[in-house]
Design a binder for this molecule. Structure first.
Ligand code: FAD
Length: 381
């Protein structure tokens, strides 16, 4: 077993590190979950794209470098190590793009992927509805066939749409066959948010950022060319997206390794006592464990094995690790954790966002159901 990176991979790491050290914006950009911050982040995305770092693992024809999954992991480690900005394009490049590579037509790939890579088109996820979150198959937004117009008429409401107020496009699930069994009558659409009949209403989060939106559809025309996968087969397409969301791409180990390293530095600065030092070591070990677990996943993927329900284990692990790590930072900071503008203020903001980790991408209760039934094979009741 060879546990080292190749010479080419080490060179790639050095190249990424040098570029990021020279280009990461200082001081950090304002939150990408505000209108002004989102615009600043798009400029950063443009710089990444021009240096061909925005989507390293994609084929060159769509703006990538044809990098291997190993190189992608290396890039991610370097990205977080450098303290580079959050990726406001993430729902497109990490969730939708893998689904388009798997289910998209050549025309859809040509049309969507290069603009997604450059940040010209930004994508949000339109799945949750006021009465359908965990029970995604319970969505009520409808797609009605309009033969004369050559497409579908969309109506209904989506909610909790991350950065929906700033994005140009939405990928969403709509009920296209009301008579079919719940999972069979759904279709996956790529929707232009500037289409007539779409209304986007920003929703302010507890931390003050307009990170969410509600999106309303009134007879919006979605042409046939904007159906991803086959009509009424949207559930299978959506499950491919959730595999990416919970498993490999949404939260790579580099993010948690960088947090653990910052905890080590915080512990040194704050003179952590023995108990706090033990917790820092635990966070660091957990981040490393997640890194090696991811290496195992990538090894299997490159051997042609498809990942499945075990991505739920990964999602529970990283989301709980993120909460623990941020709680520890707040304990180390003591009363200073409350200061919103100081040099350590990122920990509180990070903590507030970490609390959402066990909810988004499917709640951890739902993940535990999946693990019980589909990984451990336990009976449903
Ligand atoms: C930060 C953040 C970003 C988000 N971004 C998006 C986005 O971009 N697009 C989008 O579509 N959605 C998004 N969501 C919504 C998210 O997907 C939903 O909040 C989530 O799926 C839960 O749905 P719900 O809020 O309707 O809660 P509910 O489904 O009503 O669940 C309420 C509680 O009941 C529990 N529960 C429900 N069913 C079961 C069960 N069968 N067994 C055990 N427990 C159960 C849940 O775990 C939860 O604790 C986001 C959420 C957050 C917090």
């Amino acid at each position: 077993m060879d546990l080292d990176f190749t010479t080419a991979e080490k060179e790639f790491r050095a190249e990424c590190r040098a570029w990021l050290e020279a280009h990461v914006p200082r001081p950090p950009l304002p939150s990408g979950d505000t209108r002004e911050g989102f615009a600043a982040h798009l400029e950063w995305e443009r710089a990444l794209y021009e240096a061909r770092y925005s989507v390293v693992s994609w084929p060159k024809e769509y703006g990538g470098r044809d990098a291997s999954l190993w190189e992608w992991l290396i890039f991610e480690e370097e990205y977080y190590r450098a303290g580079a900005p959050q990726r406001v394009t993430q729902n497109g490049i990490f969730l939708l793009a893998p689904t388009i590579f798997e289910f998209g037509t050549p025309e859809q790939r040509e049309r969507v992927l290069p603009k997604m890579a450059s940040g010209e088109q930004t994508w949000c996820q339109g799945w949750s509805e006021p009465n359908a979150g965990s029970d995604l198959a319970g969505i009520q937004s409808k797609a009605r066939r309009d033969e004369a117009a050559g497409g579908w008429r969309l109506s209904g409401q989506k909610t909790w749409t991350t950065r929906g107020a700033f994005c140009t496009h939405l990928f969403g699930l709509f009920r296209s066959d009301p008579d079919a069994e719940r999972h069979r009558g759904l279709t996956y659409f790529l929707v232009d948010l500037s289409a007539p009949g779409v209304t986007v209403r920003p929703v302010q989060r507890l931390d003050g950022d307009e990170g969410f939106a509600e999106v309303f559809f009134e007879d919006v025309l979605a042409p046939d060319a904007d159906v991803l996968g086959e009509p009424h087969q949207g559930w299978a397409v959506a499950m491919a997206t959730t595999g990416s969301e919970r498993g490999l791409t949404l939260r790579s180990p580099g993010r948690f390794m960088a947090t653990a390293q910052r905890l080590v530095e915080l512990g040194r600065d704050r003179g952590a006592d023995q108990r706090a030092r033990d917790r820092i070591v635990d966070a660091w070990i957990d981040a490393e464990a997640y890194r090696w677990q991811t290496f195992w996943t990538v090894t299997r993927l490159t051997d042609g094995v498809r990942t499945g329900a075990e991505s739920s284990l990964v999602k529970v692990f990283w989301s709980e690790l993120d909460v623990r790590s941020h709680e520890l930072a707040l304990d180390l900071l003591g009363e200073r954790a409350e200061i919103v503008d100081g040099p350590d203020s990122g920990w509180m903001k990070g903590y507030e966002f970490a609390l959402a980790g066990p909810i988004y991408a499917g709640t951890n209760e739902i993940q535990r159901n999946v693990i019980a039934e589909r990984v451990l094979g336990l009976p449903r009741r």
